[in-house]
Design a protein around this ligand. Sequence first.
Ligand code: SF4
Length: 402
Amino acid sequence: MSMGMGVDSAALLLRWLLDPRSRDFDLSDLTVLTAMTGDEYTATRMLMEKYLLPVMAQHAVRYVMLARAGQSETAGYEVLSDSHSTSRMIMHGTRWRLSDEQTAAGVVPQQVRHRRFCSYRAKGQVLDWWIADALGGAAYRHVVGFAAEEVRRSSKDTSYTSAARNPWYPLIEWGWDRQSCLAYLQDAFGVTWSRSCCGYCPFQAGPELDLLCQRWRNEPDRAEQALRLEYTAVAINPRSLLFGKKRSARQVAILAGLRDLVEHVDADLAAQPWAIYDVRRAYPARRLDKTKPSGLENRDSYAKGQGARSLEPVCVGTYDSTRATVLAMGGQPEGEHQIVRAWTHRAGPPYPSREAFLVAAPAGVPTKVGPAFPAVWAQAEDTPVAQFRDPWTSHLPLALAA
Ligand code: SF4
C-alpha cells in the first residue's frame, strides 16, 4: 500500500486495522510504503506518530519509509526505516530533498503534460524502484488511497499498470470520499486529520486556502521555504507564481499575517550573492494533429507549442550591482516581487516565437540548456543563437563590483 500520510490513505489503513471484515487478506501480507519528499509539514509527522503508528505497531504491520538517494535518474533510494513496530517517523532522507531539486533548478513544482513531475521524482519513481527490488517481478496488488471523487486519477493510475502490478482502490469501492475519510478519522481519534503535502505544494491554495494560511502561521519555516523558492522561480520565469497565474506565495503569506516574514526573506535574499541570468525561451506553433507530420500546414500559429528553455548565469555581483546593471541596460522592476528584467524578445502569438531577457536574481542556479532549445530557437527566427548572444552579454564582466 502506498501511504501518502494524508486523510485518504490514513482512513483506508485505519479501517483495515480496526475492521477485519473490510479486507480480504491477512495483515501479515501487507506492506505499507511511504516515499518522503523531505518537505512535509511537521503536523503530518505528529499525527502519524501520535495516532496511526501505535495502531500499526499493535497489529505488527510492516512499514517501510524511503527517500530518493540523489538527483540523477538512476540515483536509487535510501531505506529510512523498515519495521513491524514503527514508533517514529523519519521525514527526510540524508542525501536528497525535493526542495534541493527545486532550488537547484530555480523552479517551483509544476505539472508537465498533466503529470506532477515533482511527485513522480520524489515518490513514484522511488516506490517503483523499491518494489522492483523487493518483489523481483512477482505479481502484487498495489493499493492506492484514491477517494471516491478521484475516479479520474485512478483511471490514469490504472494506465501505468504493468504485468506484475495489479492496482486496487478500496476507497472507491467503498464509496468513501474525502469527507467520509475525515469523519472516520475524527470519530476514531478525535482529531481533524490534515492534508499531507510539501509546505510549498502548489495544489493547496484552492478551496483550502484558509487551511493553508493556518498551516503557514503554525509552521512559518514552511512559508519561508515557499517564499524563497518562488522568488528565484519568478525571476527566471515571470509566470511561475507558486499558486498559478493569479496567486503568489507572497500574497498568501501576507494574507496569513506573515508580512514580517516576507520582509525578512526579501532582506535575507538581498544580502546573498546575486547573478545576472540570460534567459531565453522558444515556442513552436502547436501541432494540430499529433498523428500527422509536423510541417507548417499541421500547425496552429496562434497556439503555443511545448517551449524550450536556455538559462545561463552571465555574471555575479550583489543585489545592488546586478539590479543596477540590468536597469542600465534598459531593464525595469516588474510585478509584485519587483524583479528587474531587460527584455529583448516577447513571446507571441503568433508562433513560433522567442522570449528573451536578462534578469537580476539570487545566484546559484547553474547553466541549463534544454536539449530541444537550439533547434526550436533557431526555427523561431532563423537567427543562429550566437548572433543573439554576443551583443547582449559579451561586454559584461564575469563579476560586478559591489
Ligand atoms: S505534495 Fe505537492 S509539491 Fe510535494 S510532491 Fe506532491 S504534488 Fe509535488
